[in-house]
Ligand binder design. Structure first.
Ligand SMILES: CC(C)(COP(=O)(O)OP(=O)(O)OC[C@H]1O[C@@H](n2cnc3c(N)ncnc32)[C@H](O)[C@@H]1OP(=O)(O)O)[C@@H](O)C(=O)NCCC(=O)NCCS
Length: 182
């Protein structure tokens, strides 16, 4: 395979994303079970349980990349609610200007993953571009484990900047919170 030849991107809103959970679960297990991610069936189940709630969040979008009808990667996210807990667990204080949410201000990138044999072909870049097409939000944000070199490299390349460090729960990594102005 070379580059993105034969790769088809599907952009889903909530109505068609409901049927994509099995594909997302399969991709998630392959991407996040191996080290350094340290996730497993419990986290997978949590992701699946939260899926219906995610679909009802404003601005939900899922982009799936397929090759020969088989999912090879995806990205999904939605707007942060005004009452979001996203910014809780900051290791050092993050300014109010950054953490203050108002309706429709921020697009949260929840997960992004590409099958191992398809990495470094530009699939994530294509997924991310389609994820951001024609958005109304002021900014996009995500959390990344700084030891995750591929993801960290991708986000920097795509214009995200570190605004602080967040550990949402004690058993989770100390993530970098990154923001990209849209
Ligand atoms: C992170 C991930 C989605 C990147 O997918 P990908 O399709 O390989 O990424 P792309 O080919 O579009 O690369 C985009 C950029 O990311 C960076 N990048 C990707 N892989 C990299 C690596 N192994 N080392 C360093 N930088 C890397 C580069 O800047 C790259 O641009 P370049 O190829 O022009 O140098 C993929 O590695 C993955 O699924 N990892 C496991 C799941 C994960 O960690 N998800 C993110 C959670 S926050």
């Amino acid at each position: 395979m070379s580059g993105l030849d034969g790769v088809v991107l599907h952009v889903h809103g909530p109505s068609t994303a409901a049927d994509q959970l099995e594909a997302v679960k399969e991709l998630y297990a392959e991407a996040f079970f191996p080290p350094p991610h340290n996730q497993g069936p419990v986290q997978l189940e949590r992701m699946a349980e939260s899926w219906p709630g995610r679909l009802t969040a404003p601005g939900f979008r899922l982009v799936v990349a397929e090759h020969e009808g088989k999912p090879i990667g995806c990205i999904y996210g939605h707007q942060l609610a005004v009452t979001t807990k996203w910014w809780q667990g900051a290791i050092d204080p993050i300014s109010d200007e950054i953490t203050r949410e108002f309706e429709g201000r921020t697009l949260g990138v929840i997960d992004m993953m590409v099958r191992s044999e398809w990495r470094r072909h530009g699939v994530a870049q294509a997924l991310h571009s389609h994820f951001l097409v024609d958005r109304s939000e002021e900014r996009a944000t995500l959390l990344v484990d700084p030891i995750n070199t591929p993801a960290r490299g991708a986000y920097s390349k795509w214009g995200y900047e570190v605004v602080g460090r967040i550990q949402p729960f004690p058993d989770m990594p100390k993530f970098e919170a990154m923001v990209k102005e849209l």
